[in-house]
Design a protein around this ligand. Structure first.
Ligand SMILES: Cc1ncc(C[n+]2csc(CCOP(=O)(O)OP(=O)(O)O)c2C)c(N)n1
Ligand SMILES: [Mg+2]
Length: 692
């Protein structure tokens, strides 16, 4: 460490002439004990980085990604927040942020060594911080995954009116993700209590900022956002960072809206233990960065001010090293999770304690879309935490299919509201609101437009329970109109159940009539898992999908198929809009041949009610699977495989699929009919298999 005699003259990392620059807080106005405590945390973070790298060299652990060089801004933010009240929506480089919010050295080392004391219990890589108690939402590896959930948490904070502040953090590279701009758009529109900190270490792995960001400066790029305060700081200078964090936190706490802090930092270690930065960074640049080591910079100030002596600084480093060594020994003595925990906490493992099947007095016949509307209204009435939002769902239109009509008028626009036209925003906000204890019931306008949300729908929502070892969860309902037969062409006809059936962490539901839709939606809203609720558009107002309206206590169990007709000669497994086709054909066949067909309406795709299917096939010895989506790699393939596995010796005929062609859906009626399964296809298959 340098002495006063060799004091360096560093120019600020903030570019000259920045319009967002802010004055540093004078050291004399900050409590000396606080500064020493911060310094210790900085040293702890660094010591942990070094220790983990050493453990790796010894063959202990598999991976390291560090905060080295970025500790000052992280601690300036996190130590000015209130532990357990404010929120950390971090990324993997935030070790000092996580320590600042109260996570411990033992927790960090436990994550490195995947022991039972790791807060993710070995599910996540190290530095994927997680602590419900400290309100640190389990970090994803996926860049930008924290942004929209961070917005959702801050929207929830605003709804709770709890003066909570949400610290959302990311790297310079992460600002190229669409979700970053989606965050800024909605956060500034809502003036949520968020502090967004971009830790600009000039590289995204090997890609320099100049190749990443238009004009080379993220803060300059954002200057047009209304309600957004932008501050640009030298993030290696603690007191400069402190000033910005202080101002931003104060602004958020007092309800004045979000701040973006553009913090210039240095990445002193390679991107990760899998990287060698000397291959792409010039040696003189690496040397120069070392001069900006935030630990040296703060130490120098503390010594200059007489708050610590150089000896005391050294003692802090030595003592911290001893503590970390002792913690590492302690962690090495902890047990490892069992192999069988490897797929635990994929879904909620407790009891829902719901009573199913209580239809009540039969009401007037009702179409499916109205049944959905009534289920939403009843559940919003029952539980004020239920929020309904999406594109066009709010007052006036009530959704393009009218499923949410009247809800804003009845429950207010705090509970049923329009969102920006951005599916990643809708799903991401829902995730954050769920962490805040709300029950989001969101609408994706068409299944065909679910794809912009896939980062949230694959890497965040279904996996948060698993990766946080059951600390965080995302109970919510994602309603999605799907399906063809409406001249909807390529982008208003898609069937998407097979995609979601392949993602652990969801339940996937697809009702075929109004009563099931109402009962299953109500169950979904009372569930603890994220539920993909697929609504076939062609059924919304279909006469044959009408049912007498069940009462408000009617719940249908998710995961239980319905035997629509019993039969002895053939089993048809189907769901959604195909159920009616099968019922029609079965009736004809029975009246023509006397043969009886057992039709199973799955109602739930995931978890699959294999038991009902297999028992039926063992009874009838013949099976056909009918669905609208393409046969190739469609969901029917799974059902057929299970029948082949379990029922081979019972079968009297091959198991056949009736399904769509492997094609996009065309617009013109004759071509749409050619691509999608028709009554004749079902009839022919039934005749083939019955006569085999
Ligand atoms: C969506 C996504 N794409 C690619 C990656 C692989 N990846 C991991 S870190 C990283 C660079 C991130 O750079 P930056 O945001 O500047 O953060 P830094 O690591 O520099 O702190 C990349 C490309 C990823 N994790 N997620
Ligand atoms: Mg970077």
């Amino acid at each position: 460490m340098s002495t006063t005699a060799t004091k360096r003259k560093l120019t600020s990392l903030v570019p000259k002439g920045s319009q967002f620059s802010i004055r540093s807080t004078p050291i004399s106005s900050v409590d000396a004990d606080y500064l020493v405590a911060v310094f210790k945390k900085m040293v702890l973070s660094r010591t942990l980085d070094v220790k983990m790298l050493n453990l790796l060299k010894q063959g202990r652990g598999h991976f390291h990604i560090g905060a080295c060089g970025q500790e000052a801004i992280q601690l300036a933010m996190s130590t000015q927040l209130e532990q357990g009240k404010d929120w950390g929506m971090f990324y993997y480089r935030d070790m000092a942020s996580a320590l600042g919010l109260g996570m411990t050295s033992r927790e960090m080392l436990s994550a490195h060594l995947s022991t039972v004391t790791d807060t993710s219990r070995g599910k996540q890589m190290p530095s994927h911080f997680n602590s419900k108690e400290k309100r640190i939402v389990s970090v994803s590896s996926a860049i930008g995954c924290q942004f929209m959930p961070g917005f959702g948490v801050s929207l929830g904070a605003k709804k709770h009116n709890a003066q909570e502040v949400v610290y959302i953090s990311g790297g310079d590279g992460s600002t190229s993700q669409g979700s970053f701009y989606e965050l800024l758009n909605w956060a500034t529109r809502e003036k949520v209590p968020a502090v967004i900190v971009i830790q600009d270490n000039k590289y995204a792995i090997s890609v320099p900022v100049a190749d990443q960001t238009a004009g080379g400066s993220i803060s300059r790029l954002l200057s047009g956002f209304p309600n957004l305060e932008i501050l640009e700081v030298d993030g290696t200078d603690f007191l400069h960072s402190y000033a910005a964090a202080n101002k931003a936190i104060e602004r958020a706490r007092s309800g004045n809206g979000p701040t973006l802090i553009h913090a210039h930092v240095v990445r002193l270690f390679p991107h990760s233990s899998s990287d060698d930065q000397s291959k792409y960074r010039p040696a003189n640049e690496l040397e120069k960065d070392k001069k900006y080591d935030p630990i040296d910079r703060l130490a120098e100030k503390l010594v200059d001010e007489g708050i610590l002596t150089e000896k005391a600084v050294q003692k802090i480093k030595d003592d911290t090293k001893k503590e970390v060594e002792a913690d590492a020994r302690w962690v090495m003595e902890q047990e490892k999770p069992t192999a069988e925990e490897g797929d635990s906490h994929t879904l909620f493992e407790g009891e829902l304690n719901l009573e199913y099947g209580n239809y009540g007095d039969k009401g007037e016949p009702i179409v499916m879309v109205d049944a959905i509307n009534h289920a939403l209204a009843e559940e919003m009435e029952r539980d004020e935490k239920v929020l309904v939002f999406g594109e066009d769902v709010g007052a006036g239109k009530g959704g393009v299919f009218t499923a949410t009509r009247g809800l804003t008028e009845r429950f207010g626009k705090d509970r049923c509201f329009n969102t920006p036209l951005a599916e990643a925003s809708i799903t991401g906000a829902a995730a954050g609101l769920a962490y805040q204890g709300f029950k989001p019931v969101i609408e994706i306008q068409f299944g065909d437009y679910v794809w912009p949300a896939m980062q949230m729908l694959k890497n965040q929502i279904p996996v948060i329970r698993f990766r946080s070892n059951n600390q965080w969860s995302n109970p919510m309902v994602i309603r999605i109109p799907i399906g063809g037969y409406i001249n909807g062409a390529l982008c208003h006809s898609q069937n998407i159940e097979a995609f979601f059936a392949h993602i652990p962490g969801y339940k996937v539901v697809m009702p075929s009539n109004a009563a099931d839709a109402k009962g299953m939606l109500k169950t979904a809203i009372r569930s603890e898992d994220p539920i993909i609720f697929l609504e076939h558009k062609a059924l919304y107002r279909q006469g044959y999908a009408r049912r007498p309206e069940p009462g408000k206590d009617y719940l249908v169990e998710i995961g239980k198929a319905d035997i629509v007709t019993e039969g002895d000669d053939l089993t048809i497994v189907t769901y959604g809009a195909m159920v009616q086709k099968c019922v029609k054909v079965a009736k004809e066949i029975q009246s023509n041949t006397g043969k009886t067909i057992e039709i199973i309406d799955l109602r739930t795709i995931l978890p699959l009610d294999s038991e009902t299917i297999l028992n039926s096939v063992k009874k009838t010895s013949r099976a056909i699977v009918v669905h609208e989506d393409a046969a190739f790699a469609g969901f029917g393939a799974e059902i057929v495989a299970q029948i082949a596995d379990e029922c081979f010796t019972y079968l009297d005929a091959p198991v056949k699929r009736v399904a769509g062609k492997f094609s996009s859906i065309p617009y013109a009626s004759q071509m749409e009919a050619y691509v999608l399964p028709q009554d004749d296809d079902v009839r022919n298959a039934v005749n083939d298999i019955l006569s085999f």
